[in-house]
Design a protein around this ligand. Sequence first.
Ligand SMILES: Cc1ncc(COP(=O)(O)O)c(C=O)c1O
Length: 387
Amino acid sequence: MISNQIEKNLSKSSLIRKMFEEGSRLKSIYGEDNVFDFSLGNPSLQPPDEILDSMVKHAVEKDAHKYMLNAGYVDVREKVAEHHNKSSNVVLSSNNIIMTVGAAGGLNVALKALLDPGDEVIVLSPYFVDYLFYIKNYDGVPIIVNTQKDTFQLDLDNIKSALTDQTKAIILNSPNNPTGVIYPEKALKELAAILKDRKNPVAVISDEPYNQLNYDLEVPNLLNIFDNVIIVNSFSKSLSLPGGRIGYLVISPNMESADLVAAACVFATRTLGFVNAPSLYQRAVADALDLPSNKEHYRKRRDALLKIVRGAGFECIEPDGAFYLFAKCPIADDVEFASAAAKHNILLVPGSGFGCPGYFRLAYCGDIQNILNSKDAFYELAKEYGL
Ligand SMILES: Cc1ncc(COP(=O)(O)O)c(C=O)c1O
């Protein structure tokens, strides 16, 4: 009955989801506290009280639950534009903002608005695997380009060689899932110079759900670096609202035919069936745009986990942001390594799930005591491989 394409994808099944299922099984046997679940990027932190209070306040307002413009409430979009204007050299208005159903919804809207069948989209490896499905949703072709070995920074020569007349877009994600890397301004400016030379314009789709989770480095503002840029943002991580499904797109006014791109994104929001982003969450996040970020909460977890993982003998770079640690497997087969880790009640995601075999990802957005308690398990796992 179902589509052959979906059937193929189902049979591959996500490695992250597989670990999630294994986690539920182990927790039912050993108890929550005795399983070290680093599989999912699902924040354990509660959303701030301001968000919850704001939702209660707005829920009883007249017209709070009616249809609205497909792009979202104008006053909410004005607030988002003003928020970005504080740090941008470009001047945004509500017309440049489209409220979305999380970053995932925003990515789908942007890709539907831009892609014709056969258009190529550059995806940097390691990558958030759903990018590949999103691109294929619109008959686009993902072109996988490796980042630099070990540092996972932009490899500009690789990107240059991957550009063709069919290249329509490149997806950037900084701070990055799964590596935690932040791309510095210098490399981004060099990329901008490369893209500026192209006969056919290439859009930068900047997926930024982690842009407030930076520890020591600044996250460069891409609106100040690229003209053809769409920023994709969400509050799933910064305000712990992944189930709320709320985010937005910023379409740079300097983008080629920016007004048409915005109109195409509005059309895509409607015809993908989103119709509009959730009304109450739009109101709530508009009230919370200036709340301090929760990065210190995650910094503590990063520091604790990094100390344990490196102390046990695993090799990894220090994450600059997001809440993921990407470490080298002591054996080539990262799926086998994940099974070995599960025997020590450690749940991790093999790098193959991000197009980067030989590595593993740990999501450190859970309970700090659970992270600290994982030390013995990591040391025993490392010992098994002679580290
Ligand atoms: C890199 C990246 N992009 C997009 C998303 C989707 O975010 P949202 O829940 O806001 O749709 C995630 C979620 O984990 C992510 O890691």
